[in-house]
Design a protein around this ligand. Structure first.
Ligand SMILES: *Cc1c(COP(=O)(O)O)cnc(C)c1O
Length: 372
């Protein structure tokens, strides 16, 4: 993406003048395991229901601002009243709206990096200060004591569970403590929640913690990143604030129709999620196997649909995977706290075999070349 010109920077709002355009660093590749998308084919019957719903959707009318049919289906699924749900144009829109409504100038967001970089980005758009409480440099575990100490000084907090890109959960017990310690709203981003055990979801706290917001998306487990549908679950007065500040037509009629059909067909997606979970276990075990062969590789446990690894010269390894094998993974080397880390989405068994073989071969070559 092009850099911003000095001329235009000077015309922008001062707090945006130093912004850098986001570079998704995407190169078309044979195997793309870079963005945590679901690479499995959608269950055929679910896809047929979605296609039929799309075909039957008139395009001439504005969408229902609150996606009420979809909202009711999501609410029934999660066992809450529809007044507890707000649908958005992807989880990203809801994250932005969260910062817009509850952050802002003079406010502080409690953030636990390394985590999803969009939090800090949306905070900067909304002029919200960010207080970073870093995870353990080696295990990436949350620094619980430091988070609870910082929470009373913050206006809002976001914690990711499972976390992107480190894969670990925030415990339900800890989120309960955060909700008690933070005077404002606490968002738990469960974008990858379906890939973890159901008991680890913080939704069980909603009835007891009225400042909790749980974020979900159809982009990951449902394999519908292209439709841009996410939702939050929170107390009805919190949902009213989300509803009040949103761009009313942000979730278009086709996305509402596709999402409604998918959520109705949700049981059909369970085998895909199960397959990804069992592939995740196999990938992690194979990576431990590669390390046990003496190759320099570190791997962390994950409750999501990706794994984080650390290898020497990660940037070069990732470029060689792309250029020599046409396999795309995400390089986090540049990110603070993630030196030499690559994030690999768990794909189909064939894709995973390819990435494992490529990684083992390239690491071996990299080692051999430094002994020459
Ligand atoms: C993917 C993701 C989201 C939401 O993605 P959308 O496609 O905008 O719904 C939110 N949080 C995290 C941590 C993610 O990785």
């Amino acid at each position: 993406m092009a850099q911003l010109s000095d001329r235009v920077r000077a015309l922008m709002q001062p707090h945006l003048a130093s912004i850098e355009p986001y570079d998704p660093n995407f190169t078309p590749c044979r195997v793309n395991l870079s963005a945590n998308e679901n690479t499995y084919p959608m269950p055929a019957a679910a896809r047929a229901s979605i296609d039929a719903a799309l075909a039957a959707t008139p395009l001439n009318r504005y969408p229902d601002p609150m996606s009420n049919e979809l909202r009711a289906e999501i609410a029934a699924w999660h066992g809450v009243n529809p007044s507890w749900v707000c649908v958005g144009n992807g989880g990203d829109e809801l994250l932005y709206n969260f910062l817009l409504a509850f952050g802002g100038a003079g406010r502080t967001l409690l953030n636990c990096p390394p985590c999803f970089s969009e939090y800090a980005f949306f905070a900067s758009l909304a002029q919200t200060k960010v207080l970073d409480v870093w995870r353990d440099a080696e295990t990436f575990e949350l620094d619980r004591a430091a988070v609870l100490e910082a929470a009373p000084k913050c206006d809002i907090a976001i914690v990711t569970s499972p976390n992107n890109p480190t894969g670990d959960l925030a415990s339900v017990e800890f989120v309960r403590e955060m909700c008690a310690a933070c005077p404002g709203l606490v968002m738990v981003d469960e974008a990858y929640g379906e890939f973890a055990d159901a008991a680890s979801s913080c939704e069980q706290l909603l009835s007891e913690c009225d400042n909790l917001v749980v974020l979900h998306t159809l982009s990951k487990a449902f394999g519908m990143a292209g439709t841009r549908v996410g939702y939050v679950i929170a107390a009805p007065d919190v949902i009213d604030a989300f509803a009040a500040i949103r761009q009313i037509y942000s979730v278009n009629v086709l996305s509402q129709a596709a999402a409604l059909a998918a959520v109705r067909a949700r049981d059909q997606f369970a085998p895909v999620v199960d397959a990804i979970r069992s592939e995740r276990a196999r990938v992690i075990e194979s990576l431990h196997g590669i390390a046990a062969c003496g190759l320099p590789l570190e791997v962390w446990e994950s409750e999501a649909n990706f794994v984080l690894v650390r290898v020497p010269n990660a940037t070069r390894v990732r470029e060689r995977m792309r250029d020599e094998k046409s396999i795309l993974v995400r390089d986090f080397s540049y990110a603070p706290g993630l030196a030499d880390c690559l994030r690999i989405t768990v794909g189909t068994p064939e894709e995973n075999d390819e990435v494992l073989a490529a990684l083992a071969a390239l690491l071996k070559e990299e080692i051999d070349s430094c002994h020459e």
